[in-house]
Structures are given as C-alpha cells and as structure tokens.
Design a protein around this ligand. Sequence first.
Ligand SMILES: NC(=O)c1ccc[n+]([C@@H]2O[C@H](COP(=O)([O-])OP(=O)(O)OC[C@H]3O[C@@H](n4cnc5c(N)ncnc54)[C@H](O)[C@@H]3O)[C@@H](O)[C@H]2O)c1
Length: 319
Amino acid sequence: MTILITGAAGFIGNNFCHKLAKNKKLNLIGIDSLNNYYAVKIKRHRIKRLLKNNNIKFYQINIKDKKKLKNLFKKYKFDEVYNFAAQAGVRYSEVNPTAYIDSNITGFINLIKLSKDFKVKKFFYASSSSVYGDLNNFPLKESEKLNPKNFYGMTKKLNEDIARNFFENYKFKSVGLRFFTVFGEWGRPDMFMFKYLTAAYYKKKFYLNNYGNHVRDFTYIDDATNILLKLRNKSIKKNDIYNISSNNPIGLKQILSFFQKISPKTQIVKREFQKSDVYKTHGSNKVVIEKTKYKKFENVKEALKKTHDWYFKNKKYYK
Ligand SMILES: NC(=O)c1ccc[n+]([C@@H]2O[C@H](COP(=O)([O-])OP(=O)(O)OC[C@H]3O[C@@H](n4cnc5c(N)ncnc54)[C@H](O)[C@@H]3O)[C@@H](O)[C@H]2O)c1
C-alpha cells in the first residue's frame, strides 16, 4: 500500500508520518515545499529524523506545481492521500493572502483532482476550527453553519466546499479534519506555547494577545494522530467532516501559569485583541469518538509537561 503525505515536514504531517512509518508494510511518500513561514531548520530536522525509517521517501515539491505532482501520482499510484500542506496561521493570512491562495486553494485543487483522476481510495485533508469563526453555540458541532472570520478560515471552508462538490459531481469521497489548536512535540514556533517557551528560555519579551483572555480547545498531538490512525481504517461515507478536538477548552492564562512554574521567568507584554482572532474555540468531539471509539485522551497537565520537557531538550531548533 502506497501513501502520499503532503506537509510531511510540518508539525502535524511529520508526527503522523512517524506513526504510519511504524507499519513496515506501508510505503510512504512525503512531500513538502519547505517554505520559510517559520524556521526551515526545524522542518529539515523533522525530515532527517523521519528518513531513519526505511519505508519513507521524501521529495521537495510544492503542491501548486501541477506538473511535478502529476508525475508523482503517475510514478506511485497512491492508495491513500493525506493533505497537511497548507499555509497555516490566522494573522499572517491578512498580511499575505496570496500565500494562502497558492497553497490552500490552487494546491488543494491540484491534489484533490489528481486523487480523483488516479482513483485514490482514501483522501484526507486538514481543515481547521477557523471555519467556525465567532460562532458561540459551544461545544461547536460539525453540522454548524460555518462563518469564518479571517482569510485563512475562508480558504479552509472553501476546501470543504470543493470536497463536497467532488462528492456530488464525481462521487469522490473524502475526510475533512477540523483541527483545534494542536500542540506537543515538534510543535510550531509561531504558535502560543512554543512562542512562550522560546521567550522564556531565550530571554525575549512575550507578547500576550487580548491580555490573555482567549480560550482554546487545545488538542494534544498524540491524540490527534492516534485518532487519524483509527479513522484511516474506517469507511468513508461521502465528504465526511470531523472535529479533531479535545472538547476541553482552557484559558491562555491557565497555560501560562502552568509553564511559569516550570520555566524561567520572562517579561510578558499584554496586547489588545487582534482583529482576526476569535475569543474562544471549543469543538464537540462526539462524532469522531463515536466513529473511532478513541477515548483515552492524554491528561492536559501531563501533555503540557511532556511538551515543556521536550522543548527543553530540543530548544536549539527554536533559537
Ligand atoms: N497546528 C494546528 O493547531 C492546526 C489547527 C488547525 C488546522 N491546521 C492545519 O493542519 C495542517 C498542518 O498544520 P501544521 O500545524 O502541521 O502546520 P505546518 O506549517 O507546521 O505544516 C504545513 C507544512 O506544509 C508545507 N507547505 C505549505 N505550503 C505548501 C505547498 N504549497 N506545497 C507543499 N508543502 C507546503 C509547509 O512547508 C509546512 O511544512 C495545515 O493544513 C493547517 O492549516 C493546523
């Protein structure tokens, strides 16, 4: 069985590749553009570790490049495709929307169309909790009428609309994964936790948005990838959608006070609310639990402690 994973040098894609690579019957092909949205050295190191498995190959390919992508599909005849390649980040989407059009729209269309044309059996793609915008009917269910608040969320909603269109027009089935603030080992340096830890260990100022009054449904990476492994073995009905969330919203202030007890003190500069942000995220994970029977979510304090301890050992990549 041959599987394509895009965004294989990224946080979620890379962690998922590691889990898949344990199954030596699988032949894995990882691709990534290695863009410089955040430190490329972290991405290169993630790939270096991954290539210690002998059932994975890596290619530096941009999913915007239809020709290269088509050649890859011709060469490998993929059974399954997992699309984690995207321009992530909410605030950056207001600064550089073109990057989101290239990766999240053009790249996504290339990938889903090739997957349909080459008769890929399972097509999974990363959507985001950002598709909900400021809806507050918590916990948010998959059936909610979507209302993204920023350009990033709009591109993810469009992915879901395209996936629906591919099912309605071609009966091409897919699974959209609405991730809720994923954190943990090999996490993203542009996200809250590693930004804070980097500020603490490298004695920089830490800018705390909305005076720390945000609430997020933080989801531990191991839970997210374990759920994906389970979903991989389940049937797909149509253009299915799942929240990938812990269903356990926590205030940023609580996370900060946890980290402050175990890491060096740093200067925290409180900032006002940033326009493109949402105040709170909280997703119901009932549908995905029913489908996968995954119930053993990591205890939050344990997950935070593991994240901190991992960061401490690997902080040189985040300098
Ligand atoms: N981390 C989260 O909390 C979170 C939450 C919601 C949704 N998501 C989505 O999950 C996916 C993975 O997120 P992540 O946190 O691992 O982000 P990430 O930025 O670490 O990983 C994305 C990877 O895709 C690569 N990439 C970007 N554009 C590309 C292109 N055109 N061609 C090939 N590669 C390209 C990047 O170089 C990067 O390595 C993304 O689609 C993201 O939008 C993540």
